[in-house]
Design a protein around this ligand. Structure first.
Ligand code: CO
Length: 465
């Protein structure tokens, strides 16, 4: 029994879950000094959707954000979320791109890389775990948690053992939908702790309103670290709020080594920020209410809101219930993949297509075809044979490690954007989001040119020719 450690996700998952990842670096930095003294074990600040959002919506260089946060946090570990071989994108990248991305993430200030694969296919974690160790980072293996007839305790223990054999420094149970129930968590944590001698972290979402109880039982079973979000951006589809979670541990041996008064001051800062987001219309009430459907259909909160907007666009809002019911069916036919990026998008879109078209699997997105061909890895249960035939006919399924099919690409990317490169990180930005990156680079160049011409004009004014 020992004190539990706290990781606050306010700079990554919390705002990704509640306000579509729109928090700006300038809104993060003013509170950094205080947070750095609070006694957090780590702060999740980077990765996930933050990278894309910086470039696409905030006109920020995500690498600049990382460097500035590193400068501001002198004592606290900084953590990021990485989708294994998918990095921060939606497809598999070749090993050279993965290794370079990990190298530069660590070089620019990341301490802990949380690495997961949507299918828990350990082959998809190999390169990023190896690279993290090589460049001196802490590699955390994250198990994507889901519920199905094949995803039992034994399955998760085997995944955890596999990760330990690959040399991870800690393990995380990643419950992206908030469906891990308290007593299931107790058993799961107990069994993993028995099998693997590594720190264990619990990551859940408050979506269905049960994550606090889940954390309590997980802590009693021996979980070492929990992910919370400071209350103004906690609960709802985000992580359980930090302050009540800490207060709940008062009088127990688990009470974290953290300065509660400082946490309350941090909370005040984010209250102001939250009011601002409410005024801007960024914070929708829908993400704040308990959504018990997530337990019934095992659909993560973000996926539900996506679904609603896709149906709206098709003028088919009345089909919402039908699609919700179709999702578990598609998921079963596709081998029970956990509903996390990119599988949540695939299963969601396929369910939508099945409901909106006259025949099931008449329309199939390319990603789903590639998934069935084995190009995303191996699902926990076999894909339904009839459905497989419907989707890819007699085409052969690839059984190997998907990234073995990919040739090195770093040089190609470097050549393509040679004229825009200002830092080595730019090549990775481009590799991950080519179109968005190009727009960003062009704008960056244009604004620099403008500053230079402005300066020249100033010169002319003061020294007329
Ligand atoms: Co999450």
């Amino acid at each position: 029994m020992s004190r539990v450690k706290i990781v606050d996700t306010v700079f990554r998952d919390a705002h990704q879950s509640l306000i579509a990842t729109r928090m700006k670096t300038e809104e993060m930095l003013p509170i950094a000094e205080k947070m750095d003294k609070a006694g957090y074990y780590a702060l999740e600040i980077w990765g996930g959707a933050t990278f894309d959002s910086c470039l696409r919506f905030l006109n920020e260089d995500p690498w600049d954000r990382l460097r500035e946060m590193r400068k501001a946090f002198k004592n606290t570990k900084l953590q990021m979320l990485l989708r294994g071989q998918n990095l921060l994108g939606y497809k598999h990248y070749p090993d050279d791109v993965v290794e370079e991305f990990v190298r530069l993430s660590i070089k620019n200030g990341i301490d802990i890389i949380r690495i997961f694969d949507a299918l828990n296919d350990l082959r998809n974690l190999e390169t990023s775990i190896k690279a993290t160790k090589k460049y001196g980072g802490h590699a955390q293996g994250a198990i994507s948690y889901t519920i199905s007839p094949v995803h039992n305790i034994n399955y998760y223990v085997e995944v955890a053992k596999g990760m330990a054999e690959m040399g991870v420094d800690s393990i995380c149970i990643k419950d992206m939908s908030g469906i891990l129930l308290p007593y299931a968590a107790y058993e799961l944590v107990s069994e993993i702790k028995k099998a693997v001698d590594l720190p264990l972290e619990i990551h859940s979402h408050f979506t269905s309103g049960i994550a606090n109880q889940t954390y309590m039982k997980a802590i009693e079973a021996g979980a070492d670290i929990i992910d919370t979000a400071i209350s103004p951006l906690g609960n709802g589809t985000s992580q359980p709020a930090t302050e009540p979670m800490i207060a709940s541990l008062e009088g127990s041996p688990y009470y974290p080594d953290i300065d509660f008064n400082t946490i309350l001051e941090v909370s005040d800062y984010f209250k102001t920020l939250r009011t601002k987001y409410e005024k801007e219309g960024l914070l929708d009430n829908k993400v704040l209410t308990v959504d018990i459907n997530t337990l019934k259909y095992q659909v993560p909160g973000g996926m539900l809101s996506n679904l609603v907007s896709q149906l709206k666009a098709q003028n088919s809002e009345d089909k919402y219930e039908d699609v919700l019911k179709e999702i578990p069916r598609v998921r079963e036919e596709l081998g029970f993949p956990p509903l996390v990026t990119p599988m949540s998008q695939m299963v969601g879109t396929q369910a939508l297509f099945n409901v909106l078209s006259t025949e099931r699997y008449k329309m199939v997105p390319n990603e789903v075809k590639n998934y069935v061909k084995g190009l995303y890895g191996k699902p926990a249960a076999p894909i339904n044979e009839d459905i497989k035939r419907l989707i890819i006919g007699d085409e052969e399924v690839f059984e190997g490690r998907p990234a073995d099919l990919l040739k090195p690409e770093l040089d190609k990317y470097r050549n393509e954007i040679n004229e825009y490169i200002e830092q080595e990180e730019d090549v990775l930005t481009y590799a991950l989001f080519p179109q968005v990156a190009l727009n960003f680079f062009k704008q960056r160049m244009a604004s620099k040119y403008k500053i230079e011409t402005d300066l020249l004009n100033e010169e002319e004014k003061t020294h007329p020719i």
